[in-house]
Design a binder for this molecule. Structure first.
Ligand SMILES: NC(=O)C1=CN([C@@H]2O[C@H](COP(=O)(O)OP(=O)(O)OC[C@H]3O[C@@H](n4cnc5c(N)ncnc54)[C@H](O)[C@@H]3O)[C@@H](O)[C@H]2O)C=CC1
Ligand SMILES: O=C(O)[C@@H]1CCC=N1
Length: 276
């Protein structure tokens, strides 16, 4: 891993540094971001060594801090609590970054009209180990080289032309790890139900999902082609696939899961806007 964030220059303020923003910050610091360039405002988060830490935005301002990059890392429901105070300092050369589910670029432009650019980033928790994927889209005069340098240590980057698909992507890749963890949990629980010990079942399930996804990513083959390499005609795998594929129920279930998560993003945007 490179020990520099390359073209990413300037000072960063994180407003909210919980599970997701904290994972991003830890990865950035591990990738060489100078902690002296970072300030965090969060009433409960654990301060990171070398970063300036404040409980409230007023404390940050009282300490005469400045930022070139401000990232919203609290919950969408908390946008109204911070937007007024933040808008006053998010002008001129400031990039306003948001990882908030649901909140659109248009909403950000209304809240932070003076920012140089509004940038919507949808990361996921695997950013903590550099194996995440970040979808990104922006409006205004965004420095895309700097944004790419910032997101690169977190994993893959997918640039979207606008945020029309961002609520679906939030469900797909943002919530996605939780859905995958739940699938692994169910796989392990089924193994346990059929006789494995709990520890063995989780260890075997984790290795099976990890190995299969690594092979899929590295081989360049389609999932169906790899299924065919596992399933012998009339063999054990086919007996299981006959259940899994029955009536297209698995795809129907996943469609319902993603639809519910996507639509909740729209509701969160309404709450953040104060329309609920
Ligand atoms: N957790 C995840 O995997 C992902 C989360 N997101 C987005 O990231 C954001 C944060 O989610 P999580 O990290 O899961 O939540 P979290 O609850 O772990 O973190 C939120 C943090 O915001 C802080 N906070 C609350 N009010 C504040 C205020 N007025 N000023 C400053 N900080 C304040 C809290 O103390 C907390 O540490 C959300 O908007 C969510 O939509 C996006 C993609 C993935
Ligand atoms: O559950 C949530 O609302 C956030 C957004 C994507 C992942 N976590």
């Amino acid at each position: 891993m490179t020990k520099t964030l390359g073209k990413f220059a300037g000072r960063m303020l994180l407003v909210g540094c919980g599970n997701m923003a904290g994972a991003m910050l830890d990865r950035w610091l591990a990738a060489g971001l100078d902690p002296a360039r970072v300030a965090v405002v969060d009433p409960v988060a654990e301060p990171r060594e070398g970063t300036a830490h404040f409980t409230t935005l007023a404390d940050w301002q009282a300490a005469d801090q400045s930022a070139d990059w401000i990232m919203l890392g609290m919950k969408p429901q908390q946008l109204g609590d911070v937007a007024g105070e933040l808008a006053a300092v998010a002008g001129g050369a400031v990039h306003l970054l948001s990882i908030l589910a649901g909140v659109s670029l248009a909403d950000l432009a209304v809240r932070f009209p003076e920012a140089r650019a509004q940038v919507r980033i949808l990361p996921n928790l695997a950013a903590r180990i550099g194996a995440g994927v970040s979808a990104v889209t922006s409006t205004g005069d965004a420095d895309s080289a700097a944004i790419e340098a910032l997101l690169k240590p977190l994993g893959e980057i997918v640039a979207l032309p606008d945020d029309g698909m961002m609520d679906l992507v939030t469900a797909f890749t943002g919530s996605g790890p939780a859905f995958v963890f739940r699938l692994i949990e169910a796989y392990a629980a089924a193994g346990e139900r059929l006789g494995l010990s709990g520890d063995d079942a989780l260890k075997l399930a984790t290795a099976t999902f990890g190995g299969a996804t690594a092979l899929l990513a590295r081989s360049g083959e389609k999932p169906g082609a790899l299924v065919a390499q596992v399933a012998s005609k009339g063999g054990t795998t086919q007996a299981g696939l006959d259940i899994l594929d029955e009536g297209g129920e698995l795809v129907a279930l996943m469609t319902n899961v993603l639809r519910a998560a996507r639509d909740r993003g729209r509701e969160l945007a309404d709450i953040a806007r104060g329309d609920d």
